[in-house]
Design a protein around this ligand. Structure first.
Ligand SMILES: C[S@@+](CC[C@H](N)C(=O)[O-])C[C@H]1O[C@@H](n2cnc3c(N)ncnc32)[C@H](O)[C@@H]1O
Length: 310
């Protein structure tokens, strides 16, 4: 989502959108797999190009990503409190201590850093290499983050491929399987949610958590995110959002269930563009946060597909 210009005197409930794209990194050497989808890639090159163009802006709190900065007021406690309720061994002061967390589509690390500050061992991944470079640079100025925060320029399917390649060998600290995967304001930018769900199902430990924040697919989200924000008020560049990529909580739940997930919580989130702040709401028609837990059983197995046939 983009910052609302000061002459907009309208209290508008707006969504977090974003922009981006890049050079798709190829950190996954080799292994291919087959999901229920035809493409087997989450990457939409047009999205990556858009985020690539904005990669220097992540840490400008008044800039294009202002709404993501303030979204931390809701999403950090949402993730922390839900994880604490599942992991009773969490220590006070370091509530996410000992937990391995994957932040998918981490961008410049706006959410990745606070999760590491809460004690989590966090890996942030994003296909936009310039965003990852900036995230590394920004975190390097905080010694408190120490060895608990790492970044890789890759997608979730590339990460899963490389996890498979090293299975049985010693892994670097911070690699999966993960106690939690977070994808905040990301799924509405992916080419293929089936591949995303499949990969999450294999990267998360049994009993582990999946946290998603995204935009519902409703008439209201079309009116506010596309018509008002992009076409009338021009507070978001035209073409930022593709309504076809928005997804309802019910459809997200239907997508996740076959991959071993049970949805525990869905909460609506509202953005006030005048104050630049967020609040929780019973209304999930625009933005919402979802917490799902993976069952103790293994998710459906992938099929190995020979190179060139996937
Ligand atoms: C709206 S931003 C959200 C960034 C971050 N999660 C936050 O909330 O601060 C969307 C992010 O998704 C990333 N992205 C786009 N395609 C992706 C893909 N196929 N896999 C992972 N991340 C992707 C973009 O590069 C961008 O950083």
């Amino acid at each position: 989502m983009f910052r609302v210009s000061s002459n907009v005197g309208l209290l508008l409930v707006l969504l977090v959108g974003q922009v981006h794209v890049n050079t798709v990194n190829s950190c996954c050497r080799g292994r291919r797999f087959s999901t229920q989808s035809a493409s087997n890639t989450t990457v939409d090159p047009e999205e990556v190009r858009r985020f690539q163009a904005l990669a220097s802006k992540w840490w400008d709190e008044q800039g294009e990503f202002a709404a993501l900065h303030s979204l931390n007021d809701l999403r950090v406690p949402f993730i922390r409190d839900n994880l604490m309720s599942l992991h009773s061994e969490c220590q006070p002061g370091r509530p996410l201590g000992g937990l391995k967390i994957l932040d998918v589509g981490c961008g410049g690390g706006l959410l990745t850093e606070p999760l590491a500050r809460l004690g989590g061992h966090v890996l942030g991944v994003d296909p936009v290499e310039n965003s990852i470079s900036l995230a590394r640079l920004h975190s390097s100025s905080d010694p408190e983050l120490g060895g608990r925060l790492r970044y890789r320029a890759c997608t979730v399917e590339e990460l899963l491929g490389s996890e498979e390649d090293v299975r049985g060998e010693e892994k670097e600290a911070g690699e999966g399987p993960f106690d939690a995967v977070v994808a905040s304001e990301v799924v509405e930018h992916l080419a293929d949610l089936e591949t995303f769900a499949f990969c999450c199902g294999h990267l998360i430990k049994p009993g582990g958590s999946l946290f998603i924040t995204t935009i519902n697919k409703t008439n209201l989200s079309y009116a506010l995110a596309i018509v008002a924000a992009e076409q009338i008020l021009r507070i978001v560049p035209q073409g930022t959002h593709d309504w076809d990529k928005f997804i309802s909580p019910l459809d997200l739940e239907r997508l996740l269930e076959p991959h071993g997930f049970s949805v525990l919580t869905v909460r609506g989130m509202l953005y006030n563009p005048v104050t630049g702040s967020w609040c929780w709401s019973d209304n999930t028609e625009i933005n919402y946060a979802l917490h799902a837990v993976k069952s103790a059983e293994e998710p459906p197995h992938r099929q190995e597909v020979p190179e060139g046939r996937a």
